[in-house]
Design a protein around this ligand. Structure first.
Ligand code: GLU
Length: 230
């Protein structure tokens, strides 16, 4: 069982997320990764092995972002490796996604996307999901969160996901089905995680995202919708 930690707020996201991932290490995992949005760039760092190896990999590289996502992976589709580690990027490089769980119909969706010219770097169901969301969004005349809901309607499986979008650098989108996600609400800041342990040192105000719900965190507010009804 792997872990997710995401942050948006007034603090530097990197130390908050890294410490959060450390607090999830008890769950067991084989690789770890991070994504941040800073100065119009979506920056990804990922590494197989321990959170410690990820931290060494990042090294002195400065990360001043106030929004980011982190993940510890327990491989289900594809071996533990740097390439299979999360976050996964969409083809355009504008969406990054972390995922707990399994997309059961990923091979059907992957084939459909390959026929449209998509190519995949990893063996994961997760890279299929982020590209599927991007493809639905490209053909949807509406918001990204609506496109995420439309994509998830086709997805069979269990997931907790968190998405960053370069086109919405002030927004975190999270959704879940049969895999837990918890949201922490602090002073001018929000956390999303697989359980509350990564952010209990920052806030005790917690929302347990209900089954088949999508949360959008933007502009200091959180909106939760039943994604089957969008
Ligand atoms: N199925 C995804 C993968 O293999 C996520 C596994 C997990 O829950 O960490 O990459």
């Amino acid at each position: 069982m792997c872990g997710i930690v995401a942050y948006i707020g007034s603090k530097l996201a990197y130390p908050v997320i890294l410490n959060g991932l450390r607090r999830l290490e008890y769950r067991g995992y084989d690789s770890a990764g991070l994504a941040f949005i800073e100065n119009g760039n979506l920056e990804i760092h990922k590494k197989s092995g321990k959170v410690q190896s990820l931290e060494e990999h990042v090294g002195d590289h400065p990360i001043n972002a106030k929004i980011g996502i982190g993940h510890t992976r327990w491989a289900t589709h594809g071996q533990p490796s740097d390439i299979n580690a999360h976050p996964h990027l969409s083809r355009s490089g504008r969406l990054a996604l972390v995922h707990n769980g399994i997309i059961e119909n990923y091979s059907v969706i992957r084939e459909e996307l390959e026929q449209k010219g998509y190519r995949f770097e990893s063996e994961t169901d997760t890279e299929v999901l982020v590209n599927f969301i991007e493809d639905v969004a490209l053909h949807h005349d509406g918001s990204l969160e609506e496109a995420v809901c439309l994509a998830l309607e086709r997805v069979v499986g269990a997931y907790g996901i968190v998405i960053l979008s370069l086109d919405h650098p002030d927004t975190i989108i999270a959704a879940r089905k049969s895999s837990p996600l918890v949201i922490g609400i602090g002073e001018n800041e929000f956390f999303v995680a697989s359980d509350a342990t990564p952010f209990l040192e920052h806030t005790k105000e917690v929302i347990y995202l209900k089954e088949e719900r999508l949360a959008v965190i933007r502009g200091g507010e959180i909106t939760v919708t039943d994604f089957q009804n969008v």
